[in-house]
Write a protein that binds this ligand. Structure first.
Ligand SMILES: Nc1ncnc2c1ncn2[C@@H]1O[C@H](COP(=O)(O)OP(=O)(O)O)[C@@H](O)[C@H]1O
Ligand SMILES: [Mg+2]
Length: 231
């Protein structure tokens, strides 16, 4: 299974936009589970999901080969029943791509519980897509977040560390698109620049066409999973 964590150090910068767009495009060809771990529940709310997996009802929305799963609600007790592990496994095991929309906190019980559930019986690496706006200090914080996440992975899983697939710099002013942006990490598939797009901003990503940069990221990931299969 190709597990991809979407993370970044600032809210409102396009993490859910990228998680949603990638999931939609990949689901044209693969079975995809999009796991919403964010406390803002943006994607769960868009899909009209009221509950969550950890309370055991109204946690899933399906759209063709795409399953959108709300992992947890803020302000409720985390329910770690043995049954939950089975439901989690049942949903996740069918997925060729598992895409995680983390939102901001990586260190909370919810995020670490999901990692425990995942790595209890699996050893797939965690791929990472980082998302940042084009401001130096947020890019730096996002780089730090990537290394923290890799340390968390090392502690939780048997896999060495995470693999940074892309670093996405989002909401770049059109006139700044050709300017150099300093990113201190080297993602496997490179740095992706996405301009500020008025229709995304005014209509919301769920009502807008998926930006071509995200479609392109999806095709690189599709290529990667095809290679993984043949090797
Ligand atoms: N490149 C972009 N240009 C303009 N608006 C964007 C862009 N990317 C995302 N948005 C919009 O910004 C808002 C916040 O994005 P979201 O993905 O929810 O952020 P996050 O998940 O990081 O909090 C959404 O309304 C989304 O449609
Ligand atoms: Mg979000």
């Amino acid at each position: 299974m190709y597990r991809i964590a979407i993370l970044g150090a600032k809210g409102g910068t396009g993490k859910s936009t990228i998680a949603f767009g990638l999931s939609k495009v990949l689901a044209n060809e693969f079975s995809v589970v999009l796991l919403d771990l964010s406390s803002s529940r943006t994607i769960s709310n868009i899909m009209g999901i009221k509950g969550c997996l950890t309370i055991g009802h109204d946690f899933i929305a399906e759209d063709g080969k795409l399953k959108i799963v709300s992992f947890h609600l803020p302000f409720i007790q985390l329910n770690e029943s043995p049954n939950l592990k089975d439901i989690y496994d049942e949903i996740i095991d069918e997925a060729e791509f598992l895409i995680l929309d983390y939102g901001l906190p990586l260190y909370d019980r919810v995020a670490s519980y999901e990692l425990e559930l995942f790595y209890r019986t699996r050893s797939d690496s965690s791929h990472i897509i980082a998302v940042s706006p084009p401001h130096d200090f947020i890019i730096k914080s996002t780089e730090k977040m990537i290394s923290s996440y890799m340390m968390i992975l090392k502690e939780t899983s048997q896999v060495d560390s995470g693999l940074l697939d892309f670093f996405t710099v989002n909401m770049i002013r059109q006139e700044d698109m050709n300017k150099e942006i300093k990113v201190g990490v080297s993602p496997i598939y490179g740095i992706v620049k996405i301009p500020f797009l008025r229709n995304l901003s005014f209509n919301g990503f769920w009502n807008a066409d998926i930006p071509p940069q995200i479609v392109d990221m999806a095709s690189k990931l599709a290529q990667a999973i095809r290679l993984e299969r043949t090797s």
